[in-house]
Design a protein around this ligand. Structure first.
Ligand SMILES: Nc1ncnc2c1ncn2[C@@H]1O[C@H](COP(=O)(O)OP(=O)(O)OP(=O)(O)O)[C@@H](O)[C@H]1O
Ligand SMILES: [Mg+2]
Length: 577
């Protein structure tokens, strides 16, 4: 199996902010304004303490003028802070939500185009949780906590600067009594936070994944009586999730010890402050400034310590999301393929492929499909036909050899170019809940109704479609109201609407009734003459209609008959098993 970076349970939390920078960049102007207003808000809050100190000194000195000024300034500050706080909060939430939206869009886009191997290697619940759950958690963090985080950090910084200006001795006392124990408590918390919150997130992801699988596997579980075993597994995962949540809560509770330390620090401040005042080392105003400002100090510290849990969760979520984004980063296709012709030869040369590391499903497959050629691929079940079809349209990359269109390896083609050239109609055509028309419009360029009707008419399917109930017929949940054969005919119409150079059809193995099968075959006959057709064929009737038949056995090409309708493709190496 070719190297495919897989996601690890434990997110890579190193340099999360640096890794997030590219996603912040488009919003930097708004983020800067929001941060600026946030800082001004905190500055206004911190300025209250010095003004109260000024008022105290003026009162003690009996200076009415200064007292009036201080009171007026305090009133102005209160109004300014009210406005700044509101505006700052709005701006910060808005720009934060813009960033989260960018992340969400990128995650959805990356997942939609991620290599199939990547998607198959992960449980769908895990990917779903990363793409939706973590994004929702980040959005909640932005809405509820981001502003507090910014204001707590700024208030703490400004308060320390102001207090240092008044009396470094008092600040030292306060910091010595307050900081070391608080830091110890915080460290104690942080030591286990990453593991506790990460463990909680991955345990919840496990429950979500199993739950999603329960829904998709419901039929099998009920009919095979596998339910008790499955329930036991679900219970075990649930218990694990509860244990992880309890552990996270215990770790979070450690932070409450900080309030005790605050009380001690205030006692020390009043004691030492009073003593300094009696010795005339500092004025009463200064002690008042410290008492008022220490509230800011403690509050911002408490805010920060309460936010540590939220920040840790958000950080883990962000890291898990960034891991997903970097693992699914779109390949950088070659730049010089703009001149790729609309039609061209599809070739695979010496292709080896295995789904897993320990085996190969295809061995040295070499085949060429010239423009407009019609080929059937046959072979016993498990011989690798579907696998070959997926490689031919670039859904998987070969482990050895290469698949090219018009001489360019598919891996180097931009997604848009590739999907316009080679289209696969798989064995199981997936439809979405909605009408026939809505399903048919799900192709590049979103064709309008008239184009859909023209395509249906060209394939000679107008009567058949009318029998289904017309373009506005509902297909049921995920197309459940249609048979496999009917879904596949719609798949062919959808593929034809994309006007591909190569159409690969993996004929449904389910026993399609002969009438539907014949309709499908007739429709294929109506394809444009220059459209290359490769049919993974199961029915003798289909095979008989195709001029060339390639036979696979055990993942090798064992026969290639009638290539080019009589013109043998000399360059083809037919390998005999
Ligand atoms: N997603 C997958 N992961 C691992 N192994 C797979 C996967 N899909 C197919 N295989 C294996 O690859 C081999 C070839 O399967 P493939 O689906 O290509 O056969 P096929 O010729 O299309 O069979 P059928 O006629 O039944 O459709 C089989 O042994 C199958 O078990
Ligand atoms: Mg198959």
């Amino acid at each position: 199996m070719a190297d495919q970076p897989l996601l690890r349970e434990e997110a890579d939390e190193r340099g999360v902010l640096r890794r997030a920078l590219p996603y912040l960049r488009p919003h930097r102007a708004r983020l800067a304004v929001a941060l600026g207003v946030g800082l001004a808000d905190s500055a206004a809050l911190v300025a209250v303490a010095p003004l109260v100190g000024l008022a105290t000194d003026a009162l003690l000195d009996g200076d009415r003028g200064r007292l009036g000024l201080a009171v007026a300034l305090l009133a102005a500050l209160a109004v300014a802070q009210l406005v700044l706080a509101r505006v700052g909060e709005l701006l910060l939430i808005r720009s934060g939500e813009d960033v989260v939206r960018t992340l969400r869009e990128q995650a959805v886009e990356n997942l939609a185009t991620a290599p199939l191997r990547f998607l198959e290697a992960h449980r769908s619940g895990d990917l779903l949780r990363r793409a939706t759950g973590e994004v929702a958690a980040l959005a909640a963090f932005v809405r509820l906590h981001l502003r507090n985080l910014v204001s707590a950090l700024a208030t703490l910084g400004f308060t320390l600067a102001v207090l240092a200006g008044y009396s470094w001795q008092l600040l030292l006392v306060q910091l010595v009594v307050f900081l070391p124990p608080t830091l110890l408590v915080t460290r104690w918390f942080q030591r286990d936070a990453a593991a506790a919150f990460g463990g909680k997130a991955s345990a919840e992801a496990g429950v979500a994944a199993t739950f999603t699988e329960t829904l998709t596997a419901r039929e099998a579980l009920q009919t095979s009586r596998g339910l008790p075993g499955w329930t036991r597994r679900f219970d075990a995962e649930n218990r694990q999730a509860v244990r992880a949540a309890r552990r996270a809560l215990r770790v979070e509770n450690r932070i409450d010890l900080v309030s005790l330390v605050e009380g001690l620090a205030l006692v020390a401040l009043l004691g030492v402050g009073g003593w300094l005042v009696t010795r005339n080392a500092v004025g009463v105003g200064t002690v008042v400034v410290f008492v008022v400002a220490s509230r800011n100090l403690f509050d911002s510290f408490t805010d920060l310590s309460q936010l540590v849990g939220e920040v840790a969760t958000a950080r883990t979520g962000l890291a898990r999301l960034l891991d997903l984004l970097s693992a699914t980063q779109q390949r950088s296709p070659r730049a010089d393929v703009d001149a790729l012709p609309a039609r061209g030869e599809l070739r695979c040369e010496d292709v080896d492929f295995g789904y897993r590391t320990d085996g190969r499903e295809l061995h040295g497959v070499t085949l060429a499909f010239p423009p407009g050629s019609r080929t059937g691929v046959v072979g016993e079940t498990g011989s690798g036909k579907t696998t070959l079809s997926k490689l031919l349209c670039g859904l998987y990359a070969p482990d050895a050899g290469r698949v090219t269109f018009a001489g360019v390896p598919l891996a180097e083609l931009p997604e848009r170019q590739l999907r316009g050239r080679v289209v696969l109609v798989p064995q199981e055509v997936r439809l979405v809940t909605g009408t026939v028309a809505e399903n048919l419009a799900l192709v590049r360029g979103a064709p309008d109704r008239a184009a859909v009707e023209r395509a249906v008419a060209r394939l000679g399917l107008t009567g058949w479609l009318a029998g289904l109930g017309g373009l506005d017929a509902e297909v049921g949940q995920r197309g459940a109201r249609l048979s496999a054969g009917e879904r596949q005919i719609l798949g062919v119409v959808r593929a034809v609407l994309a006007d591909p150079a190569v159409l690969v059809l993996d004929e449904a193995t389910a026993d399609i009734d002969p009438a539907t099968a014949a309709r499908l075959e007739d429709a294929l006959d109506e394809l444009h003459a220059d459209c290359t057709l490769i049919v993974i064929a199961h029915r003798p009737a289909t095979i008989a209609r195709l001029p060339r038949v390639v036979r696979l056995a055990g993942g090798r090409v064992v026969a290639d008959e009638g290539s080019g309708a009589g013109r043998p493709l000399r360059e083809e190496k037919v390998r005999l098993a």
